[in-house]
Design a protein around this ligand. Sequence first.
Ligand code: UD1
Ligand code: CA
Length: 470
Amino acid sequence: MKVAGVILAAGIGTRMRSPLPKVLHSLLGTPMLQYVVDTMAALKPEKLVVVVGRHADRIREAIRGPKALSFVEQREPRGTADALRSAAPVLRSFRGTVLVVNGDCPLLTPDTIRALLTRHRRKKNDLSFLSFLATNPASYGRVIRDGRKKVLSIVEEQDATAEQREIREVNSGVYALEPRVLALLDGIGVNPSKGEYYLTDVVHIARAKGMAVDAFLVGSEAEFIGINTPEDLERAGRLMRTRIVEHWRSRGVSFLDAGSVYISARSKLGGKTVVYPNVHIEGRTEIGSGCTIFPNVRIVDSTIGDGATVKDSTVIERSSIGRNASVGPFAHLRPGSALEEDVKIGNFVEVKNSRIGRGTKASHLSYLGDAEIGKHVNIGAGTITCNYDGYKKHVTRIEDGVFIGSDTQLIAPVKVSRGAVVGAGSTITADVPANALALSRVRQTNIARWAERRRKQEGRNQPKEKPTRK
Ligand code: UD1
Ligand code: CA
């Protein structure tokens, strides 16, 4: 049966005390609204409408969704009922159940919404919503039931009587409703204490019209956290982090200290991968199976092949690493770096926008930028590709089997052809032919007994002693 989804995301989020639209605040690097959109998209709705307010353009830009996704604007944040009414034009032709959720509820899962939908349909309700028992119900609407446990209304904290405030069953902000309920929105009056039109008022209006209304206690409190304050955001972030770690653990990933690991919701990890403490896996990152990620590593929007090792204190951004490659410790792969399998990038090596062929090694202290490096190349310690002339970036090409001696500068654009050797300490300004030796350093001269003569001049026979401390 058909469903449509509406996400209310036009509130100004005053309680966040931040100029950023509330629904764009992020959990593990992803805007909270994106989680809600993904959850709703999992239900394959015919239409998915996000109601946005101020900063509509920023929200549109930041959020990705399925084809069915569209945005409507609520001009003024006049309350949740008004927000849903703004979506009505898009739903006019729709004949099916409408699912409405708050955009500030990022931990909600598709299964919980399905549970609501199943119960809503089984009971042939006009309006159903999910409730839960809150430890601290003050920031939610209380569910008021009559003597026969039938739902009468939802009352917000500031409108509740002392007796109603004792109630722990609260509204989650997840609703399923039939199109005829949408027609009741116009009958909602302004709430005197806040000057807003409350969607929750539709509950008693529907009841008064004799419609079938019900609340279902499904799901856990952790899932229904509505984010109103920075404290809520932090708490939700912690819950999300735990949920993601548990998911990957159940798929065979091991964590030495899960509490210190951050994995974005859009990342993936393969089985038998081991994650050490204090690791951050961000954006859309895919880590293969059998990998080891040592402590203090940050990986952003990157792909790591099976069996690869990322050693301590390494940063990898928008790059890919082939199978069984090894990167770090203290390495930095900047955007656009592509390492093939068995590549080794060692301590204090920075790579940017470069391709590095299979089995190539750059083990120590190098900068490789805008380089195309072939297979089985040895990059000696301290090698620098001088890619920038102060105006433009230039490419360095190093072909298969080349040996670059330590402390070499390659002044790009330049090419070192297949099988060539570059002597240590060279500054390479011209192309090197295949299998040649390139040397650009000054020939060494040894002046016999020079040091001895100098010492004599200075009236000393022995090498200078260590100064003694006074
Ligand atoms: C709302 C419910 C409350 C419920 C709680 C669950 C109402 C009146 N109250 O309270 O019963 O327990 O959610 O978390 O609905 N929004 C708009 N336009 C507006 C106002 C809000 O789109 O004019 C959006 C917000 O962006 C937000 C959602 O609606 O995503 C809920 O608004 P919020 O102000 O957070 O409502 P709560 O006070 O949390
Ligand atoms: Ca809220």
